[in-house]
Every structure is written in C-alpha cells, then in structure tokens.
Write a protein of this length. Structure first.
Length: 266
C-alpha cells in the first residue's frame, strides 16, 4: 500500500492534500502539521530546520512513507537538502510558481504573494532570473496573511480589512498596464481564495501550486499501484488546537479524521 506524507507548518497544506488525494485516491496519506511551531516566519532558520527534521524523525518512526510532500515554501527552501540526506524516500518540495505565471501573463506584470522568508530567499530570485527575466515581477512579503488564513480555517472571524491590506501591494499599475497574475507562494493562501478574489481591487489569475505538486507526486509514484478502494488519511498535529469544535468541522470538510498528537524532541 502506497503511503504519502503531506507536511506543513499548519493547515495550509490541506490545499495540497486535496490535490494529492485526487491524484492518488487509493493511497494512504498522513497529513502532518507542525502546529506547535506555527508560524515559521516567527522562527529562526535554524529552528525551522530543527523542527522539521524532528517531525520527520517522528513520522518515519511511526510508518515510513514512500514519498513525502513538503507543502510549505519556507520549509522547502531551508530543509529539503537535510531531509533528503536523512531519509531514503523521495521528497517533493513547494516553490513559487513563477515559471507558469511568467508564461501566462498578458500584461507582463506578475506579483508573487509570499511570506517574508520566501521573498528574501536566493532560490526565489533564481527562479525569477531563470523563468521571468523579461517579466516585471513584484515580490510581496505578506507579514500576516498566513496567520489570517490559519485563523479563518480554524473558524475564527475573518478580518477582511487586514487581508485587503496584506494583498494590496500585489496589485500594480505601470505604463498603462495592471498586474494580471498573482502567484500564491504560500499554501495557506489558496484556502482563503474566496476572500482574496472578493477583496482584490481588480480580477487577476491566481496561480495555485497544488495541482502541479500533485502531478509530480503521481509521476514519481507511477510504478506503485494503489488499492482499488479509497486510502486512509491520518492527521498528526504537534500541538492540539484549542477550538476542537471548529477544527472538527474543518477536518470534516476535507473528509479527515480527528487529529492525533505527534510528540517532538526538538
């Protein structure tokens, strides 16, 4: 039985989990959220590396996956080399979808809506240089949008004024043209896409990396058959949420079981 792990710092990876489940409905999936360390933007790079490595040590001890998805841009840019050196199974990372955005823009104005950590990474600059050298790319390090999205997913009131302020810098008017494509470079953001669309000053194409991640997963596991029936999904949190009722409602939306605790030695 194929076993896939989808990891994120919080609930954002649910956007990736949904697409991976669609691509491999017969696989067993473990969704792992380092809720005890969320948000990663508040941690040092060394702390993020330490927490992710500790999380995967715990996950692999329970049941080693055939493949793991790092559904977090920050963790992907920092920890993937260490994870690949520590475990024999393959890892699929998450990087800003700059290449498809550059290929699809009509106005030549693209924005990357990300966390401050993703914006400052050399990897992001390298993607722009490689795939969007002739495109006007605006990098927006949204300081609080991931936390706002996490709160919304937990059933807390949505501060739409705060969301509007977070996304406003992504909308640029220049030379008679407007931004027409926004890369969602944090997996939390697609979970509040309905709010983003409603609060945007004008319509744009929002690029969600989740479908491409799921296609990569399917490609790497092409030689591993799944069972004919739907696989099971286990949810592991490093810190149990306080609002259990809202969390149960959320997980039910994704057809997930109640979360279990994953103890870490960090």
């Amino acid at each position: 039985m194929t076993h896939i792990v989808v990891f994120d710092s919080g609930l954002g990876g649910l956007s990736v989990l949904k697409e991976v489940r669609r691509a491999r409905p017969g696989a067993d999936i473990t969704y792992v959220a380092d809720t005890g360390g969320f948000p990663y933007g508040a941690l040092s790079e060394q702390d993020v590396v330490r927490r992710v490595l500790a999380t995967f040590a715990g996950v692999a001890a329970r049941r080693a996956p055939d493949l793991a998805v790092i559904a977090c841009n920050t963790a992907s840019t920092l920890v993937l080399p260490f994870l690949r050196a520590s475990h024999p199974f393959p890892f699929v990372g998450t990087v800003p979808a700059i290449k498809p955005a550059a290929a699809s823009t009509k106005t030549g104005l693209v924005s990357v809506l990300a966390t401050p950590g993703t914006v400052k990474r050399d990897y992001t600059q390298a993607l722009i240089a490689t795939y969007a050298a002739d495109i006007d790319v605006t990098l927006v390090g949204a300081t609080g949008l991931a936390t706002l999205a996490e709160a919304a997913m937990r059933g807390e009131p949505v501060d739409e004024q705060a969301i509007r302020a977070e996304i406003a810098p992504a909308f640029v008017e220049k030379g008679g043209e407007r931004t027409d494509t926004v890369v969602l470079a944090c997996t939390h953001y697609p979970l509040v896409l309905n709010h983003l669309e409603r609060l945007a000053p004008w319509p744009v194409a929002w690029i969600d990396p989740a479908p491409a991640i799921a296609r990569r997963v399917a490609s790497l596991l092409a030689d591993r058959p799944d069972q004919p029936t739907a696989g099971q999904t286990v949810v592991l949190f490093t810190a149990m949420p306080g609002n259990a009722e809202a969390m149960t409602t959320l997980l039910n939306r994704f057809a997930l079981s109640s979360p279990e605790a994953l103890a870490l030695r960090v």
